[in-house]
Design a protein around this ligand. Structure first.
Ligand code: PTJ
Length: 246
């Protein structure tokens, strides 16, 4: 029953998806708070992909194209907002989707697994049938990771979550690509590549970018990676916000 003329129509559509995912046992209760946090930062960045974010998305695409075992780690919020695009990205790159939840319950795992199964994802990891191993120095329900997935991976894509896991996985020598609208969060600050943008814009843009860069020469792809510096990227993201209000 949403009015398409409403000035914040898109934002209301995503809120509805969030509410629906909560009703369907996909989204954690706190997922609503996390979404509201994200909305605030999205408002500050202007609710669009900046040139700096587009460049970071291109760098992320280059990482995906050069690593042997990338994994897409998903939680409730990511599933609520962009499950279809995650399934497309998983197919395009032929890489697994691993469910990793902060508020892990068998019911939520089952509900999220069903979403990706219905979308035809070939390899879904992190379910209760998996063989797990703990992430060193990380406590809590996010610590166990699939031996075939995140444990084996050299690149983990972690959209939208809190910081300690990104830090610990990075410490294990893995490259971390995160998507976080808050450029100051611990996840943002400890990742190899931080895309400061809304996940709903990032995944479609990332799919396009992978399609573009897969035709590039390996040396050009490596050069794109080598020229990137995440600290500079985050500083530009913060300056982009300040510039909007000067
Ligand atoms: O599904 P679970 O059980 O794994 O729980 C997931 C949540 C999101 C509840 C949990 O990871 C959490 O509490 O996260 P935080 O600490 O609220 O962090 C979420 C981060 O994502 C914040 O920095 C938000 O600004 C950011 N964020 C929220 N929505 C979006 C976003 N970033 C990109 N796109 C969004 N749509």
């Amino acid at each position: 029953m949403l009015n398409k003329d409403h000035p914040r129509y898109q934002s209301l559509v995503y809120r509805e998806k969030i509410v629906e995912a909560h009703e369907n046992g996909i989204l954690a209760d706190s997922g609503m708070i996390a979404h509201g946090r994200g909305e605030t930062f999205d408002y500050l960045i202007g609710e669009k992909t900046t040139p700096n974010s587009q460049n970071t998305i291109d760098v992320a695409a280059c990482y995906f194209l050069t690593r042997k075992h990338p994994v897409l780690s998903v939680n409730g919020n990511t599933t609520a907002l962009v499950s279809e695009d995650i399934a497309k990205l998983s197919e395009l790159l032929d890489i697994p989707v691993e469910i990793n939840l902060y508020y892990r319950t068998p019911e939520r795992i089952e509900n999220i697994e069903r979403v990706y199964k219905d979308l035809g994802v070939k390899e879904i990891l992190g379910t209760d049938e998996d063989d797990f191993i703990d992430t060193p120095n990380l406590n809590g329900p996010r610590s166990p990771v699939s031996i075939e997935g995140i444990k084996k991976s050299d690149l983990v894509f972690i959209p939208l979550e809190d910081g300690d896991r990104a830090e610990k996985l990075y410490g294990l020598g893995k490259d971390i690509i995160s998507v976080d609208l808050n450029p100051l969060s611990r996840t943002a600050q400890t990742s190899t590549v931080t895309i400061v943008d809304n996940i709903v814009r990032v995944i479609p843009a990332l799919i396009e970018s992978v399609k573009k860069y897969e035709n590039y020469d390996k040396t050009d792809i490596q050069e794109k990676i080598d020229l990137f510096n995440n600290k500079t990227n985050l500083n530009i993201a913060i300056k982009d916000i300040i510039k909007r209000f000067e």
